[in-house]
Design a protein around this ligand. Structure first.
Ligand code: FES
Length: 163
């Protein structure tokens, strides 16, 4: 008797190497207080983002529901659920930078990149994100390009982004 290609009853569910690496990586956190957050940071550091396809594995290791894992990931804005773009530009929108002209800088950057804050350029290469303090409060407006902090930022600093 032949079996349908969609009949999985006699097959073991196969875990991919990536899934196994993820499970092995987060397992040590499962018994720790606050371990889920640490595990999610580990996943993001290791893979660049938290793929929603892996919520099942994370939930299984932590003995949680998929909805609980999804809820934690979506609550913390630092967690990404899609691959990171090539470049990330973060502009401080907090009070001290507001007093030092960040609104005008933000508008100029949005216009230059033809995108809005907290979104990506149409080619998907650059992400523009708002942050609330980069620790350069007296040297605003402050910006960060690919992890490099820039004091007294201007739109000319975008030249550091090489597409
Ligand atoms: S308020 Fe902008 S860096 Fe602190």
């Amino acid at each position: 008797m032949s079996t349908s290609p969609h009949d999985f009853s006699n097959r073991e569910l196969k875990i991919s190497d990536k899934q196994q690496a993820l499970r092995d990586g987060i397992a040590p956190y499962a018994s720790q207080l606050g371990g889920l957050i640490r595990a999610l940071h580990w996943v993001q550091h290791k893979f660049g983002y938290i793929n929603p396809e892996h919520y099942v594995d994370i939930a299984d290791v932590f003995n949680l529901s998929v909805a609980e894992v999804r809820g934690v990931v979506s609550f913390y804005h630092d967690f990404r659920t899609s691959p990171p773009p090539k470049h990330t530009i973060r502009i401080c929108q907090a009070e001290a930078c507001q007093a030092q002209g960040v609104r005008a800088l933000t508008e100029a950057v949005e216009e230059r990149l033809n995108t809005k804050m907290n979104s990506q350029t149409s080619d998907g290469l650059i992400e523009l994100k708002a942050v609330y303090c980069l620790g350069l409060c007296s040297l605003g407006p402050s910006m960060e390009i690919n992890g490099e902090l820039i004091a007294k930022a201007t739109v000319k600093d975008l030249e550091r982004v090489k597409r």
